[in-house]
Design a protein around this ligand. Structure first.
Ligand code: ATP
Ligand code: MG
Length: 462
């Protein structure tokens, strides 16, 4: 039997059981295993993740197929079992006919037609739709890759029943896009899906009122904040809800060390702590470009709390360049590396390449790199204006260095007390502005070329 046929059959089976297709990682594992190859190293290399990660995904895949096919599936027997199952599926359907209501041995059999992966599930089989309220969420037109991150988040939410997740990363790295894609991917697991941005810094009271209005538009909203919190927790217990609160950093003070709530916003910490600690069946995702302090604390304890730092989009960023119709594909990886695989930085730079270089990346790369156009500088200025004086002193110093440096090295070079310095470096870390590297048992801190260039232009050029 052809490899493609077996793969398609496996995908159909998974889809009819879970309502979801095999994801790219599962498909890559299956492809290799069906050909009797050792897959972990190859798949890990192709997808830029660890072998351990691939093995975990494979173990879950064998478990899922074992449940679906009702026998113990492993990498060794997966092909034989799938081929046999496909054969019996086929002979079974030809024996009883493929129509509904076939009469066979005087028994009225109402045979379910297997759902085709390509066609939408029919209404009888679709689980009741979740109620979705995305408010002012941006519409996602294009979504590339992020397969490992989606798998991790999905696993935390559906398997580990994590109640509080922080999705973190520097501006433009794709937090909003990924959280919305995730919500769409796992929506059938939920009764309610809610997205709200905190970009206008609403108080906790306002956010709770808003959430209660979504849960129950007709009911009277209590005045007391404690009653509001307890009603929200009731809803989170009664319904399985996925709530995304985006732009959490807008609740933090600036210029202050990262993750410090503005005066009057501290009660959000208590709310998030309750979400993590109280028993319920829902999940709250917080998107932020600054790591909230309570997340760091709760993660350490044995709480259903996790955080995921989003980095480069990697090679998939080529699709962004392709969609912008740039040329010289052989040079795209250099461009992606220079701009750290940050989707927003690449989108803004691609516009410049289109407007001033006729879309020719090779010609653009001949200029001294990196070039930061005005819109990219504006984006970065929004982040840098949140930094404290000591943080600026640290980034200014690092920007003048050709190699990454250790904290002990700063101590003699920057006129700050050791405590101020340590706090500044920690805060920069919690804003995802520093590159961190271990070399010969020393932790070194550097700035990526885009940030370094920005600091030079903005703070060091006069
Ligand atoms: N996986 C992806 N595939 C395609 N485009 C993406 C992807 N991730 C991000 N983008 C694009 O990159 C840009 C920035 O993404 P997004 O707004 O999600 O980042 P963010 O981390 O939420 O930024 P901010 O911190 O400013 O809120 C958007 O235009 C988005 O469409
Ligand atoms: Mg965002």
């Amino acid at each position: 039997m052809e490899l493609k046929e077996v793969l398609r059959f496996a995908d159909e089976k998974v889809f009819s059981k879970t309502g979801k297709h095999l994801d790219d990682l599962q498909e890559a594992i299956l492809k290799e295993a069906l050909q009797g190859r050792k897959y972990a190293a190859k798949v890990a290399k192709d997808r830029g993740c660890t072998e351990g990660y691939v093995r975990i995904a494979a173990a879950e895949l064998w478990k899922l197929l074992s449940e679906i096919l009702d026998e113990e599936v492993s990498k060794v027997n997966v092909r034989a079992i799938l081929e046999r199952a496909k054969f019996y599926d086929h002979s079974h359907s030809s024996a009883i006919g493929e129509n509904y209501g076939t009469v066979n041995h005087n028994v009225n059999i109402c045979q379910k037609i297997p759902r085709s992966p390509a066609s939408p599930p029919n209404s009888q089989q679709t689980p009741e739709k979740p109620q979705i309220d995305l408010g002012d969420a941006p519409e996602i037109f294009k979504f590339f890759d992020r397969t490992p991150q989606l798998a991790t988040l999905e696993n935390w939410i559906t398997h580990d029943r994590t109640r509080l997740i922080a999705l973190l990363g520097i501006n433009g790295t794709g937090k909003t896009t990924l959280s919305l894609r995730l919500a769409d991917t796992i929506k059938t697991d939920f009764d309610r899906i809610i997205y709200r941005s905190l970009r206008f810094s609403p108080t906790l009271n306002a956010t709770l009122t808003h959430l209660l209005q979504i849960f129950s538009p007709q009911s009277e909203i209590p005045q007391n904040i404690e009653t509001k919190i307890s009603q929200i927790l009731d809803y989170l217990r009664k319904y399985r809800c996925l709530i995304v609160l985006d732009d959490l950093q807008m609740l933090f003070s600036s210029p202050q060390l990262a993750g410090q709530y503005q005066t009057g916003y501290e009660d959000y910490q208590l709310f998030f702590k309750l979400i993590a600690e109280v028993c319920h069946q829902s999940c709250l995702i917080l998107n932020s470009s600054e790591k909230p302090r309570e997340i760091a604390r709760l993660e350490k304890e044995d709480c259903p709390v996790r955080s995921l730092e989003l980095g480069s989009l990697g090679i998939a960023a080529k699709e962004i360049l392709r969609s912008q119709k740039l040329s010289d594909e052989e040079t795209w990886e250099t461009l992606i590396d220079t701009y750290q695989g940050n989707p927003l930085w690449l989108e803004l730079t691609a516009t410049v390449i289109r407007e001033l270089f006729g879309g020719r990346v090779a010609e653009f790369l001949q200029c001294e790199m990196p070039i930061l156009d005005e819109s990219l500088q504006f984006q970065l200025s929004q982040q840098f204006q949140r930094l404290t004086g000591p943080e600026l002193a640290v980034v200014n110093y690092i920007a003048t260095q050709t190699e990454p440096v250790a904290v002990s090295h700063f101590l003699s070079k920057i006129p700050l007390s050791p405590s101020e310095l340590v706090n500044a470096v920690r805060s920069l870390r919690n804003r995802f502005l520093l590159d961190i590297e271990e070399r010969e048992q020393i932790t070194l801190f550097g700035l990526n070329p885009v940030l370094k260039q920005y600091v030079k232009i903005r703070y060091l050029s006069n």
